[in-house]
Design a protein around this ligand. Structure first.
Ligand code: NAP
Length: 248
């Protein structure tokens, strides 16, 4: 059985939802975890304690990933505490939905800044660490709407499609140094992000899911675990949908 004993993982936006599930899953496989959060320090500190109880090390680091300097501090802090970074999971994300004709310029910019530039910022800073190590795995959380589009999510789908392009370009640039870069594209996952949607929207979405259920954060974490483990060593530049068959 493969595991992640002694590996260091940085998970952005890990204070709740999918990021938290990823942190717990990888900690359960033996990795030490850096839990990044933007504002929820109490949830992040509680998660540190939960992870330490699994017998591994954990550290919470506050940083807004949309800031180039903030992402730099996050990566530097992770190296300072654990000495290396084996896996980076770019999970932090926000939504500011609205139809195109009503979408404010700042709502477009903000979603791109956090969801797309935030991932770039972290990859940019972690790449020098991984290049020196001559190994690493970068896992970017995209979305099926980055593949199929979604009315009301012009900003979000553009950012998530951008993540896919970035994943493939970085995969090509870093492959020769034994660094893999892949993306996971979740469908509808039950978290705070989707809780706010109307019952009607949820009902319509459910009709389009062949497996007839919404996903859980653990469904996504399981695929991130596969991409973190040596089982996926020969996979790079790919996108794996975790969506119950929503987008094929
Ligand atoms: P969530 O419950 O809203 O959690 C988002 C996390 O991101 C929180 O921990 C939040 O921390 C953090 N965050 C937000 N802005 C940040 C920033 N600027 N810097 C650092 N951290 C920041 O969302 P989720 O549903 O778990 O989503 C996680 C990822 O999966 C996102 O990239 C999302 O786009 C993607 N995704 C979700 C779904 C879904 O159905 N839920 C589907 C497809 C893709 P603070 O609260 O501390 O700010």
């Amino acid at each position: 059985m493969e595991d992640l004993k002694g590996k260091t993982v940085v998970v952005t936006g890990a204070s709740r939802g999918i990021g938290k599930a990823i942190a717990l899953k990888l900690a359960g496989l033996g990795a030490n975890i850096v839990i990044n959060y933007r504002s929820e320090s109490k949830s992040a500190e509680d998660l540190v304690e939960e992870i330490k109880a699994l017998g591994v090390k954990a550290e919470a680091v506050q940083a807004d990933v949309s800031s180039f300097e903030g992402a730099k501090n996050l990566i530097e802090k992770a190296v300072e505490v654990f000495g290396r970074i084996d896996i980076l999971v770019n999970n932090a994300g926000i939504t500011k939905d609205g139809l195109l004709l009503r979408m404010k310029e700042e709502d477009f910019d903000k979603v791109i800044e956090v969801n797309l530039k935030g991932a770039f910022n972290c990859i940019r800073h972690v790449s020098s660490v991984m290049l020196k190590q001559k190994c690493g795995k970068i896992i970017n959380i995209s979305s099926v709407v980055g593949i199929a589009g979604n009315a009301g999510q012009v900003n979000y789908s553009a950012a998530k499609a951008g993540i896919i392009g970035m994943t493939k370009s970085v995969a090509r640039e870093l492959a020769s140094r034994n660094i893999t870069v892949n993306a996971v594209a979740p469908g509808f996952i039950k978290t705070n992000m989707t809780e706010v949607l109307s019952d009607k929207a949820k009902e319509t979405t459910l009709k389009g899911i062949p497996l007839k259920r919404f996903g859980t954060a653990e469904d996504v974490a399981n695929v991130v675990a596969f991409l973190s483990l040596p089982y996926s060593d020969y996979i790079t530049g790919h996108v794996i949908n975790v969506d119950g068959g929503m987008v094929m």
